[in-house]
Design a protein. Structure first.
Length: 123
């Protein structure tokens, strides 16, 4: 009955009754309170080294390699873009007859659509 609510009645003659859900409980008073036995704390056992082995899939190239891999990928991309920018100044050599590169050409304006979708007025 641990954790249950028990009513303790103290009668006029000094005796005590314990009542649980309307029923009197049979009980006796202990001479002294029993000592609580300490619960031994057991440390959880380690199951080994959590790092994956050298042949594990996580160690290969791919999505879970880590910061070093992705830093190298970004660095290669930055170098490639810098080389492209240095090689292509946007202007063709003199008298070559070639148009300027796409990076320096003015962009065409997109025309607005004349759509009647969602329009409730009939013209």
């Amino acid at each position: 009955m641990a954790g249950k609510t028990v009513v303790v009645r103290r009668l006029l003659d000094g005796s005590e009754q314990l009542v649980y859900r309307g029923h009197k409980l049979a009980w006796r008073k202990l001479p002294v309170r029993p000592e609580r036995q300490p619960v031994p704390r057991v440390a959880p056992a380690l199951k080994g080294d959590p790092t994956p082995t050298a042949g594990h899939a996580w160690r290969g190239l791919g999505g879970a390699v880590g910061k070093e891999f992705w830093k190298a990928v970004k660095k290669r991309g930055r170098l490639a873009r810098a080389q492209r920018r240095a090689a292509d100044s946007g202007r063709p050599p003199l008298r070559s007859g070639l148009p300027p590169s796409a990076a320096l050409r003015p962009k065409k304006k997109q025309e607005q659509r004349q759509s009647t979708k969602g329009h409730s007025l009939v013209s």
